[in-house]
Design a protein around this ligand. Structure first.
Ligand SMILES: *[C@@H]1O[C@H](CO)[C@@H](O)[C@H](O)[C@H]1NC(C)=O
Ligand SMILES: *[C@@H]1O[C@H](CO)[C@@H](O)[C@H](O)[C@H]1NC(C)=O
Ligand SMILES: *[C@@H]1O[C@H](CO)[C@@H](O)[C@H](O)[C@H]1NC(C)=O
Ligand SMILES: *[C@@H]1O[C@H](CO)[C@@H](O)[C@H](O)[C@H]1NC(C)=O
Ligand SMILES: *[C@@H]1O[C@H](CO)[C@@H](O)[C@H](O)[C@H]1NC(C)=O
Length: 236
């Protein structure tokens, strides 16, 4: 049974969670966006990633994206962001842009097609994808500590809808040349996908995943609240 004090505490905690979950981006990230004239931004639900975008709808949908994590201290080797034309936001079938930090200090960036064989651990090599990608770039910022990738994508309007765009993101700590190695198979890493409405900025996870809750719960609250909320979420 939950006492009224506990109920009030929980309500406060939940409203705080929502505030954090939907809060806009960090100051250093916003500064980087401003330099690129990118006007929309949100914190993503996992790995403390942040995502900025512009969109223009003509014959094709053009989106300018800027994606990043604060990762220089943590030896992050690669950073991936991609879109999935399928019906669900998921890793398999994602058309990705991956930036890799090379041991000699240089950065490589390429396009990659994530398939079901990638998921079971097969090699992931750069490849042509069926989305036109321009100006792709990976950056490390010494001043802000961010590892970022940016690009302009031309999405066929038949296959992608900006009101419900499936996007997927990931970081990894190991790479071999241009080949990113499998990310840690943690729950959090499998949750790094959502369907976003680029017009409103609202997003939702797919199926049983609720990434907004999970990020905040994992990062900001103690274990008992986390377990309590998880049981609440699952029974809802
Ligand atoms: C941003 O917009 C300003 C004003 O339109 C323009 O002068 C500048 O070149 C733009 N910067 C980039 C990176 O596109
Ligand atoms: C859109 O497509 C039409 C017909 O194919 C073409 O005439 C027009 O130039 C295109 N517009 C843009 C912005 O690409
Ligand atoms: C660093 O390593 C990458 C990958 O092996 C290579 O493509 C690049 O030319 C190297 N850059 C320098 C400056 O040595
Ligand atoms: C970051 O700092 C290191 C060490 O001071 C330097 O070697 C490197 O070139 C800098 N990188 C960038 C992107 O400024
Ligand atoms: C895009 O998705 C929105 C929201 O689900 C829907 O209302 C709209 O009709 C879709 N547009 C196209 C071109 O399919």
């Amino acid at each position: 049974m939950v006492s009224s004090t506990q109920a009030v505490t929980l309500t406060l905690a939940l409203s705080l969670l929502f505030t954090i979950a939907y809060s806009s981006c960090s100051d250093p990230f916003r500064l980087m966006l401003q330099k690129r004239n990118i006007t929309n931004c949100k914190k993503l639900a996992t790995i403390e990633a942040e995502f900025g975008w512009n969109y223009y709808i003509q014959n094709k949908t053009q989106i300018d994206i800027f994606f990043g994590v604060r990762g220089m201290e943590e030896n992050t080797r690669w950073l991936a962001w991609g879109v999935n034309p399928g019906s669900e936001a998921q890793m398999v079938d994602t058309r990705a842009i991956i930036g890799i930090r090379q041991p000699n200090g240089s950065l490589s960036v390429g396009t990659y097609m994530i398939t079901s064989t990638t998921k079971i651990g097969c090699q992931l090599e750069p490849s042509v994808i069926d989305v036109e990608v321009k100006n792709k770039e990976a950056q490390l910022s010494n001043t802000s500590g961010y590892f970022t990738i940016s690009a302009t994508l031309l999405l066929p309007t038949e296959a992608y809808n900006v009101s419900r765009l499936n996007h997927v993101w990931q970081v990894g700590y190991s790479a071999d040349g241009l080949e990113p190695k499998m990310h840690p198979a943690t729950l959090q890493n499998f949750d790094s996908a959502e369907t976003i409405d680029l017009i409103t900025g609202k997003s939702h996870g797919t199926g049983h995943h609720r990434p907004h809750f999970r990020m905040v719960i994992t990062r900001r609250t103690n274990l008992s609240l986390r377990l309590f909320l998880r049981s609440q979420i699952q029974t809802n």
